[in-house]
Design a binder for this molecule. Structure first.
Ligand SMILES: [Zn+2]
Length: 326
């Protein structure tokens, strides 16, 4: 299986949408789509929650009539792209308007983390995309060069400095973070933070620093957090992670020496054999990372390779694991 297939298997990662980056700066075309029959609005509240349909498995996509009826304005929307013959926009309405819409049109505002596993794959990906774009817009209101106000352009995908002597352009940013399952002999390395629920262990993770390759970040983070020297690593898959603005880059790595020297970030890190994972999950003493995350997919991959066991068959009782529909 290639990384393309592995990435698509991650939550938020199978969004097939034509983003139309070539022409989304064309205001006339965007406005035609905004007021066309095929328009659909993903409604986002200021806290990043989206309007979810009463079935709980899909976004409550609003139509043009709703947009007009509830006083939507062109300034409040950004173009996401075209998919399934629909033109999707994210609509960041005032919270009071959001409450009115939910009351009249039906649905509930839910957080992406809470609803990510329940949504259909396309809807989960679209919600993640909209949330990331909206977060950037919310936090990018003044020029980082001259501190003048910014004006959104290109259907919400570019912010231009309003100071004519500056004119800097700013673009949505995504912070890369790596996440890794390290193996040594017949065991894999997982760690836990003190704030997590008792028994939950996950892959080690951290942000990429300036001037650093992904592989160097894997080596540095594993050493900082667990004192283990990674001697080899390979890319596994990626996942948009808009909490608030990251992309997770999953790796599988190898160490020759299992000696652990715990750093300040983790409460514990330890090596787990496949049997220890199987037994720990069966007894309830061990909990896996959320299946929402690539961390779960990395452990799943390792366990499958190491013992031919499917992690999904071991985590059926985990309350964080819910059936995922496509
Ligand atoms: Zn400026």
């Amino acid at each position: 299986m290639s990384s393309l297939s592995r990435s698509r298997n991650n939550t938020f990662s199978s969004l097939e949408i034509e983003r139309d980056a070539d022409w989304r700066s064309d205001t006339a075309v965007i406005n035609r789509r905004l007021h066309g029959d095929a328009v659909r609005f993903l409604l986002l509240r200021s806290d990043g929650r989206a309007l979810i349909g009463t079935d709980g498995h899909s976004l409550r996509g609003l139509q043009h009539d709703d947009f007009v009826r509830f006083g939507g304005t062109e300034n409040a929307v950004s173009y996401l792209g075209q998919a399934r013959d629909q033109d999707w926009f994210v609509w960041r309405a005032e919270d009071a308007v959001c409450a009115d819409i939910a009351a009249q049109a039906g649905g509930e505002f839910l957080d992406l983390r809470a609803v990510g596993m329940l949504l259909q794959a396309f809807d989960a990906g679209l919600f993640a995309y909209a949330r990331a774009l909206a977060h950037w817009q919310e936090r990018t209101r003044y020029c980082s060069v001259c501190a003048s106000p910014l004006r959104l352009e290109s259907a919400g995908h570019r912010a231009k400095c309003t100071n004519p002597h500056c004119g800097s352009e700013h673009f949505p940013r995504t912070d890369p973070a790596m996440i890794v399952v390290v193996s040594c002999g017949d065991a894999c390395l997982l760690g836990r933070q003190a704030s997590w629920p008792k028994g939950r262990y996950s892959a080690l993770a951290g942000f990429i620093e300036p001037g650093e390759t992904l592989e160097a970040a894997v080596q540095r983070e594993v050493h900082e957090e667990a004192g283990v020297r990674v001697v080899d690593c390979d890319y596994h898959s990626s996942q948009p992670w808009p909490f608030p603005a990251s992309i997770m880059l999953g790796f599988l790595a190898r160490a020759d020496d299992p000696t652990i020297k715990l750093g300040p970030e983790l409460e514990d890190a330890r090596w787990f054999t496949a049997q220890q994972i199987i037994d720990g999950l069966a007894s309830g003493e061990l909990l896996m990372p959320s299946p929402l995350s690539v961390s779960y997919r990395l452990v799943e991959h390792w366990l499958r390779e190491a013992a031919g066991v499917e992690l999904d068959t071991l985590t059926l009782d985990d309350p964080m694991r819910k059936p995922r529909s496509r």
